[in-house]
Design a protein around this ligand. Structure first.
Ligand code: SAM
Ligand code: ZN
Length: 381
């Protein structure tokens, strides 16, 4: 993590009852910079809560600001062990980590391949453009005929994605003189929104519970080192990831953006501190979707802006719990139901797009299309 990120972070530990500790944190680096610089990266060290003393490790530059670090390391052992050399796992967690690692090594590797494939899909989705005339036509097979339909859908819709649309909204807000000093994104995935909105904002923090996503976000958007390889699918006869992906990686960082590991259900963030809070395509992954607008409301300054998008692929048990919370007449329309949740949480909806195509290139013979709803809402005073 960058030293400049510290003031935005808070202790996510749960106190007795339902409250979070939310204490301020102290940063300790195992290798402090030789020379005083305003912005520097802490590759290894920890954050300690000034109130309750809880400690959160920084591993390969990634702070794990989660309630239970030991549990996190064990449940994310696959992604972490692929990217982090063992000596970088703090000693106090190493035995449990090694036990978990031994257990997964005897399992099938298919799940691993699946996880890497999903990462590749998101990387393409966040960072590749179809319009760069000088660029490679990454969606076309290198031999054989391309699908004319997939080709035309990608040319038509790829560069009108939700990320591009949010870039336009943020640019418009900046032009209107909206304060955009502090931006936080929950469930940021591989971080592609940051380079898009960077010209219009002062600072950005991306939070996601996936270690692999945060490692990739830091690599591509901040230029941090990355030890994994990055490849995308082509013709599946060649294997699942046959084409090395040439991404334009950021040349460096300036302290205006950072990415950390954290959980939306235990947000490690200062309250009432953000001008803009983004959440893209994560509400339907939460057990309690109604908690998301409440959380965005809590994080935002008075008059701050929430942007939320979703394809609303509710899990059956989530929709069962959500249904009775929304008025009967809205139960057939997820977009209106979600807007209603935002209004109930203290927002006024200022802009919306009901259906925006969101494309995932799965291989040369499979293109997945979601229809995403986007809303822009202001926290009422
Ligand atoms: C469908 S993906 C969307 C990623 C990205 N926002 C986008 O739109 O491309 C959902 C993301 O939310 C993250 N996520 C899911 N539940 C989370 C939680 N409880 N806390 C933090 N991140 C979470 C996942 O790791 C994943 O990166
Ligand atoms: Zn604490």
């Amino acid at each position: 993590m960058l030293n400049t990120t510290l003031p935005f972070l808070r202790c996510p530990k749960k106190r007795k009852g339902k409250d979070r500790c939310a204490g301020k944190l102290k940063l300790a680096s195992n290798h402090p910079p030789q020379q005083r610089t305003e912005v520097y990266e802490v590759r290894s060290g920890n954050l300690t809560c000034k109130d309750c003393g809880s400690r959160y490790p920084i591993i390969s530059g990634i702070v794990l600001l989660v309630e239970n670090v030991s549990e996190y390391l064990v449940s994310h052992v696959k992604g972490i062990s692929r990217l982090v050399p063992l000596p970088e796992i703090p000693l106090e967690y190493r035995d449990d980590f090694l036990t978990a690692k031994a257990e997964i090594e005897i399992e099938q590797v298919e799940e691993d391949l699946e996880a890497q494939r999903v990462m590749a899909l998101y990387l393409m989705n966040h960072y590749l453009s179809a319009g760069d005339e000088s660029g490679e036509r990454w969606w076309k097979p290198r031999s054989g005929e391309a699908s004319p339909l997939i080709d035309s859908l990608i040319r038509e819709y790829w560069d009108k994605s939700p990320i591009v649309q949010i870039g336009q909204w943020v640019s418009r807000l900046a032009k209107q003189g909206e304060s955009m000093s502090t931006v936080v994104e929950l469930g940021c995935g591989v971080g592609g929104i940051y380079p898009v909105i960077r010209p219009y904002i002062k600072s950005y923090l991306g939070v996601d519970s996936s270690f692999s996503s945060i490692a990739l976000a830091r690599h591509v958007a901040l230029g941090m080192p990355y030890s994994g390889s990055i490849a995308i699918p082509e013709d599946l006869l060649q294997g699942h990831s046959a084409r090395k992906l040439k991404l334009r990686v950021a040349k460096g960082f300036d302290g205006s953006g950072d990415f950390i590991v954290g959980d939306i259900d235990a947000p490690p963030l200062a309250s009432e501190s953000w001008d803009l809070c983004l959440v893209l395509n994560a509400i339907d992954m939460l057990e309690e979707p109604a908690s998301l607008p409440r959380l965005q409301h809590k994080l935002l300054k008075a008059g701050g802006i929430a942007i939320q998008t979703g394809p609303y692929i509710w899990h059956e048990f989530v929709s069962k719990r959500l249904r009775p919370l929304v008025p009967a007449e809205l139960r057939g329309d997820s977009a209106r139901a979600v807007e209603w949740l935002y209004e109930q949480a203290g927002f006024t909806i200022e802009d919306r797009i009901n259906h925006l195509p969101w494309l995932f290139f799965k291989h040369v013979r499979q293109l997945e299309i979601y229809s995403v709803h986007l809303l822009l809402a202001r926290k009422r005073a």
